[in-house]
Write a protein that binds this ligand. Structure first.
Ligand code: B12
Ligand code: SF4
Ligand code: SF4
Length: 304
């Protein structure tokens, strides 16, 4: 049945791995062991949220890790008569929809056998994918799948599907990282330390541009290059040569809509045409909160 589910995942264009649930505590311990690391911030937070409650409604027996290819999306903004093309990096606009789509087809497969799965993303998804053989780490801390590179969304599920057979590999980096430092040089905030396995998440541009507030002065104006998040340590990576052009064109905002977005204050209603365009864009509330500031950084510094 495990093989059948893996085939079903593959038939949907995704790739999966299934491991016994007993590894859940090991993942938690691995995160907790990072408590003494100088950049332990997010591992500590994630370990604290790894809690299984009775709400799950079944006894967990396996963990399912899925990687799904995820394109960059180009969004156009019209400013002073010109269209400025901005990137939304992979996985942001997939959030929610893709996770549930995959859950649905997994459950469609499992239900006739009397089993089920539930979405569970409060665990270290890269670590699970790498241990279960779906990917390898890069020096930039991202997980690479051999076909899709790092342009993926990683999904994780808990299931009562029995799983005794085990593939649990040690955590490794890609071979090509040994001779390469491209991501270290490309990182606009110097967050990747060549000899430290965890990046300095406090200064990673993504940590800063995903939350509202003024950008700190130490960030160079030309560091900004995406509507949210950052692409620099992935776009330069030889592990992504085959996937770099996986880009889709999203919506284009008119001159009026762009102007409105640039001066938008959180909580105000949008004009009707902008509200329609935002719905079409797939932008989620977290992106909308930071959009005026992030867009202004791109439009006014011309660094796109
Ligand atoms: C918090 C978080 C962030 C934080 C911290 C990221 C970080 N590197 O820790 C911030 C806001 C900075 C962030 C940024 C981004 N994120 Co993020 N983020 C998460 C989240 C919610 C938790 C990750 C986490 O804290 N893990 C804890 C840390 C400690 O785990 P870890 O990095 O795997 O730690 C192990 C490795 O470092 C490993 N290791 C690494 N190299 C080596 C080498 C050797 C030899 C060894 C032994 C071990 C080793 O050792 C550690 C374990 O012991 C996950 C979703 C999830 N639930 O997992 C998404 C997630 C990791 N993010 C994701 C993405 C796409 C991004 C961005 C690319 C978004 C963007 N375009 O800007 C950037 C990339 C930044 C970067 N270079 O890592 C994807 C990863 C996709 C991928 N291909 O790997 C995830 C899985 C979301 C998803 N569902 O798809 N993110
Ligand atoms: S850019 Fe080079 S060092 Fe960095 S993750 Fe890619 S292959 Fe590894
Ligand atoms: S996402 Fe950007 S800022 Fe963060 S480590 Fe990668 S290159 Fe550096």
């Amino acid at each position: 049945m495990k093989e059948g589910l893996l085939k079903a995942i593959q038939a949907h264009g995704d790739r999966g791995a299934i491991v016994p649930f007993s590894h859940f505590d090991e993942l938690k311990c691995e995160l907790e062991a990072l408590r003494t690391d100088k950049y332990h911030r997010f591992s500590h937070w994630l370990a604290g949220s790894m809690i299984i409650t009775d709400e799950l409604g079944f006894r967990p027996r396996s963990l399912i890790s899925v990687v799904t290819p995820s394109p960059k999306i180009i969004i156009g903004f019209t400013y002073h008569g010109k269209t400025i093309q901005c990137i939304v990096p992979p996985q942001y606009l997939d959030e929610g929809t893709k996770d549930n789509e995959v859950l649905q087809y997994i459950n469609t497969y499992l239900e006739p056998f009397g089993y089920r799965a539930a979405l569970f993303d409060k665990l270290p998804q890269k670590l699970l994918a790498v241990h279960s053989g779906l990917g390898l780490y890069g020096r930039n801390n991202l997980c690479y799948h051999k076909e899709f590179g790092s342009y993926i969304r990683i999904l994780s599920y808990i299931s009562d599907l029995p799983c005794d057979e085990d593939t649990w590999l040690s955590v490794r980096r890609m071979e090509m990282c040994k001779q390469c430092r491209a991501c270290v040089s490309a990182c606009p905030t110097k967050a990747i330390e060549p000899n430290h396995r965890i990046i300095n998440t406090s200064i990673c541009l993504t940590t800063i541009n995903e939350v509202p507030g003024e950008f700190p002065e130490w960030i160079a104006e030309n560091a900004h290059h995406a509507l949210i998040g950052c692409m620099k340590c992935q776009d330069c990576c030889p592990g992504n040569v085959h996937n770099k052009d996986n880009i889709i064109k999203g919506v284009t905002f008119s001159e009026e809509e762009t102007k409105e977005l640039l001066i938008y204050k959180d909580g105000e209603p949008y004009s009707q045409s902008l509200a329609v365009k935002i719905k079409e864009s797939g932008f989620f509330p977290g992106l909308l909160k930071v959009l005026p500031r992030n867009l202004a950084a791109l439009v006014f510094s011309n660094q796109i």
